[in-house]
Design a protein around this ligand. Sequence first.
Ligand code: ADP
Ligand code: MG
Length: 225
Amino acid sequence: ENVTKTFGTKKALDHVTINIPSARTHVLLGSSGSGKSTIIRILIGVLRADSGIVKINGNIGYVPQDGGLFPHLTARDNVSLVAETLGWKKQKIDARIDELLQLTSLDPALLSRFPKQLSGGQRQRVSLMRASFLDPALLILDEPLGALDPIIRNDVQNELKSIFNALKKTVLMVTHDIDEARFFGHALTLLRDGHVVQTGTFEDLRDTPADPFVTKFIQAQRTFE
Ligand code: ADP
Ligand code: MG
C-alpha cells in the first residue's frame, strides 16, 4: 500500500499499491526496469521500502530470477537445505521430497545431480521444489521461465500452471511477457517506471485500458494473433 522506494535519485517505486488475493495467481508485468524485482525484494524482506505498508499473510517461498540454486550442492541438498537447517528428521525430509517429486513430475534420479548437470526446465523444477518445501502461503517467482528456450518454455508453462492449480497457493509471478501473463494470471498488474498503470484481468487491460500505454504494451507483443 503506497510503497515508495528510491535508489539515489532514481524512484524505483512510486506509491505502488497492489492487492494480491489468496489462492490465485497474480502477475506483475512490465518492461525491464519498471520495478518488478524491487517489489519482490521488498516482499521477501531483503529490501526495505522508504515508505508505505507491506502486509503478508503467512510465509513465503521464493524462486529467484535465475533459479538461484547453490552450484556446489546437489539438487537434493538444495531442496532440503532449509528443512535441514530447521533440524527436520531425515525421514520427514525424505517424505516431503517424495511429495514434491510427484507434484513437479521430476525424475528422482536427477536429485543426485548438481545444478549445472540439469537442463533449464529441470533446474526450475528443483528451485520450485525448494521454494515449496515448507508449504508457504505465498509463492513468489521472478521471471521463472525467462532463461528457457521457446519450446521447452511452452512445456514448462503448462506444467507450472498445473502445479499452481494442484498447490492451490497464492502465487505472485513476474514476467515481461504478455502472453505468459495472460496464460498464468487471474489478475495482472502492469507497471511502468515504478508506477502501477493498471490492475485487472487480461481482458480488462485489453478492453478497458486505463492508459494508452496499456494498449501499446499489449499490442507490441501480440505478433501471432
Ligand atoms: P525490473 O525487475 O522490472 O526489471 P527493477 O525492480 O530491477 O526492475 O529495477 C527498477 C529500477 O530501479 C531500475 O531503474 C533499476 O536500475 C533500479 N534499481 C534496482 N535495484 C537497484 C539498486 N540496488 N541500486 C540502484 N538502482 C537500482
Ligand atoms: Mg527483474
